[in-house]
Design a protein around this ligand. Structure first.
Ligand SMILES: NC(=O)c1ccc[n+]([C@@H]2O[C@H](COP(=O)([O-])OP(=O)(O)OC[C@H]3O[C@@H](n4cnc5c(N)ncnc54)[C@H](OP(=O)(O)O)[C@@H]3O)[C@@H](O)[C@H]2O)c1
Length: 180
């Protein structure tokens, strides 16, 4: 689905209007429509995440099925043994190398699924920086301890889905951000 010019790295997250994405190791809302969007976007592609994001998934839901899971951690023993289809890496750069080696399509997609340092490293990566971000905004006033990256004005915004009400209550919208 993404361009014909080699592999790409995208980011995907859900935030509230203030940019909050997490609280106490979890996501402070439940929007099943967004979980389905996350799943359909990332399934079939390697996903790179930090250890706390890995730990935020209930053990029965990890590794996320149908996609190679790569967890960045200095403590691989906390991840090992959780099952097949999960790798650890000591840095974002190492995780990206691994993800590239796992692609079977030379124009394949890799998804950086959080948290904060993973996205910061992905944005700053020289050879293969982020060029796409899918951002769901959930219209809830919540407290949190983890925030989304700020995308500066080099990014172009395109609406994917206008405000709609989740079956679980909160309003949400979806945007795509791209840059060359
Ligand atoms: N709303 C959303 O879309 C969304 C998405 C993702 C996560 N979240 C939430 O965000 C929170 C987790 O995110 P977080 O930012 O706190 O943590 P995180 O990035 O998931 O994990 C942090 C840990 O990962 C390792 N790590 C991450 N980046 C690294 C890097 N570049 N180089 C080396 N090691 C790195 C380190 O592990 P070690 O300590 O093992 O060395 C670090 O302590 C949770 O609340 C989760 O639910 C929300």
């Amino acid at each position: 689905m993404i361009g014909p010019n080699g592999p790409t790295v995208g980011a995907i997250w859900a935030q509230n209007p203030q940019g909050i994405i997490g609280k106490d190791g979890t996501i402070p809302w439940h929007v099943p429509e967004d979980l389905r969007f996350f799943s359909s976007t990332t399934t079939g592609h390697p996903v790179i995440m930090g250890r706390r994001t890995w730990e935020s998934f209930p053990p029965r839901f990890r590794p996320l099925p149908g996609r190679p899971n790569i967890v960045v951690t200095s403590r691989p023993e906390t991840v090992a043994g959780d099952g097949d289809n999960v790798w650890t890496a000591a840095s974002y750069a190492q995780a990206l190398e691994l993800a590239l080696s796992l692609l079977d399509d030379p124009n394949g997609e890799i998804w950086a699924i959080g948290g904060t340092r993973i996205w910061a490293d992905a944005l700053a990566h020289e050879a293969l920086p982020l060029t796409r971000a899918y951002v769901t905004t959930v219209d809830l006033a919540v407290e949190g301890d983890t925030v989304a990256p700020r995308l500066d004005d080099t990014w172009r915004q395109r609406e994917l889905a206008d405000w709609a009400e989740s079956s679980k209550g909160p309003r949400f919208r979806m945007d795509e951000y791209t840059r060359r």
